[in-house]
Write a protein that binds this ligand. Structure first.
Ligand code: 5FU
Length: 258
């Protein structure tokens, strides 16, 4: 069996600045937790991130959920990220032709490429989606994850679709740094696997979301990062919840090490 590398070792192997930084943060802060801050006001998002910043390696946003969006919000978001040493991931799920995603990434109200270290894309349009995003992101040292699998019931990102997505990532490693997936999909230690649909107890919501535990995701399925939304942001004590997910995710990782 292959030797499992530490986050520190993987950081050194990475040539992309974003994964190099991400694995370094994971190593130094001892966390493989990404929080999904799916809240409707700028105030709530900032409050949550100020509180749980020490426990996460990255914050995931859906910027189009926010009702009182303003550019000052992004300035504050960046300040908190810098202060607590975590990266920003906009879960935009780009899924159009190259020319359109290029505009969606750089322009409009949100100017995502100005502040998000990481974005993601569906592979369904074909390689043009990556090529378009790359034209904006590459010069800014940004990174992209491809959605190779989803957590939701009955999703179509399976089988040959997943295999073709892995190939698309491997062929665009200057910009694509890994996957949104439900398990480890390839052995390249410089590619990162990030898994949403995580709670301390497995189960589902009423709209098809399916949850796995940190131990299952990291320990058994070999993914690198747990993405947790409601498990943290809807908890009675969000700091306590963030600590619990940080601990569960990191323990599962440590148990894999030689
Ligand atoms: F690509 C995916 C996926 O396959 N499943 C997801 O749940 C993305 N997500 C996102 O992760 C989703 O849009 C939410 O922002 C988050 C999960 O939130 P939860 O509250 O932990 O269910």
């Amino acid at each position: 069996p292959k030797k499992v590398l530490t986050y520190g070792e993987r950081s050194e192997l990475c040539t992309h600045p974003v994964t190099k930084e991400l694995f370094k943060i994971m190593h130094e802060k001892e966390t493989n937790l990404v929080v999904s801050a799916d809240l409707k006001t700028t105030k709530e998002v900032l409050q949550v991130l100020k509180k749980i910043g020490p426990h996460i390696c990255m914050a995931k946003t859906h910027i189009d959920i926010i009702e009182d969006y303003n550019p000052e919000f992004v300035t504050q978001l960046c300040e908190i990220a810098k202060k607590h040493n975590f990266l920003l991931f906009e879960d935009r799920k780009f899924a159009d032709i190259g020319n359109t995603v290029k505009l969606q990434y750089s322009s409009g109200l949100y100017r995502i490429s100005d502040w998000a270290h990481v974005i993601n894309a569906h592979s369904v349009p074909g390689e043009g989606v990556v090529k378009g995003l790359k034209e904006v992101g590459l010069v800014k040292d940004r990174a992209c994850l491809l959605i190779a699998e989803m957590s939701s019931l009955g999703n179509l990102a399976t089988g040959d679709y997943t295999v073709a997505t892995i190939k698309m990532a491997e062929e665009n490693k200057d910009f694509v740094v890994g996957f949104i997936s439900q398990k480890k999909l390839c052995d390249d230690p410089t590619l990162v696997h990030m898994t949403p649909g995580v709670k301390l107890e497995c189960g589902k919501d009423s709209l098809g979301q399916q949850y796995l535990t940190p131990d299952e995701v990291i320990g058994r399925r070999g993914s690198d990062i747990i993405i947790v939304g409601r498990g943290i942001v809807q908890a009675h004590d969000i700091v306590k919840a963030a600590k619990a997910y940080q601990q569960a995710g990191y323990l599962a990782y440590q148990q894999l090490l030689p």
